[in-house]
Design a protein around this ligand. Structure first.
Ligand code: IPD
Ligand code: CA
Ligand code: CA
Ligand code: CA
Length: 259
């Protein structure tokens, strides 16, 4: 669709800058927003590229962006939610697992999402009612229903973030009953991988809207379930997220919570 073309073009433009900087990521000037919360020129440059492209294509829409914050538009029902570089720590360490995440929220509902890993050239995208795709292939969540065969992904709070004990206790419960737990360090890709059936479930606490908005619509359009960890519906701003294939969603929710 025209909308998807706009979103993918903006992601591609930012991707070109990221790939250039990725080659020299060890030399990038880095500052911190918290003890282990890094930000580089690459984050700001990618955000600027996306902002320019999207505002040219849709001048009235508002923005919520990780680095620059909120910029109101004149059309209050359409908001871009942008994480210009998800997985900054991976990026700075030369790990090819990071992404650009762009979502469109329409009338307060997730409407479309793009998650693009330029290091692997994988573009995950979805539009409400149209399904989820990886490049030009249709995506489906996994069909695994036996927890002991399921692979989970999680996030663990880095230094300066709250909730480490809780997160480790959750991971311990999940490790006990499943095929394993991964922590790759880019929440948008964690969700995209659930949509693609690579992970059977993903959960994390204390994320922001830009980490999850695009990935959540991917999971839904691929047939999976998304909520807060306790089942609440407010996962974009609720501070926690659980995404899983429909077969194990209830079991995953109970297991993570220790219920
Ligand atoms: C981070 C990543 C990471 C998650 C952190 C996020 P950033 O985003 O998504 O996987 O555990 O909580 O802040 O800062 O690299 O865009
Ligand atoms: Ca960040
Ligand atoms: Ca992020
Ligand atoms: Ca980021």
């Amino acid at each position: 669709s025209a909308l998807m073309t706009v979103m993918i073009n903006a992601a591609r433009k930012a991707a070109r800058g990221l790939i250039r900087d990725f080659g020299e990521s060890q030399a990038l000037q880095v500052s911190r927003k918290g003890a282990a919360d890094f930000v580089s020129r690459a984050d700001h440059k990618a955000e600027q590229d996306i902002f320019e492209e999207l505002s040219r294509a849709r001048p009235k829409y508002g923005f919520i962006m990780e680095e620059r914050g909120e910029i109101e538009g004149t059309d209050n029902s359409n908001w871009w939610i942008v994480d210009p570089l998800d997985g900054t720590t991976n990026f700075l360490h030369g790990l090819p697992h990071f992404a650009i995440s762009i979502a469109l929220e329409r009338d307060r509902q997730p409407y479309a999402g793009v998650v693009f890993n330029p290091a692997t050239d994988e573009i995950f995208w979805a539009e409400k009612g149209e399904g989820a795709y990886l490049n030009d292939r249709r995506l489906r969540v996994s069909g695994r229903d036996d927890l002991t065969a399921c692979l989970f992904a999680c996030g663990l709070p880095f230094a300066g973030k709250p909730g480490r004990k809780e997160a480790l206790a959750e991971a311990e419960r999940v490790l006990e009953k499943t095929a394993g737990v991964r922590r790759f360090g880019a929440a948008a890709l964690d969700l995209a991988f659930v949509a693609a059936g690579r992970y059977d479930a993903f959960w994390e606490r204390d994320l922001n809207s830009w980490d999850v908005a695009a990935g959540a619509i991917l999971v839904r359009e691929a047939g999976g379930h998304v909520s807060e960890i306790d089942g609440g519906r407010n996962f974009i701003t609720g501070g926690s997220i659980l995404a899983a294939n429909a077969e194990i969603y209830d079991k995953a929710k109970a297991l993570i919570q220790g219920a």
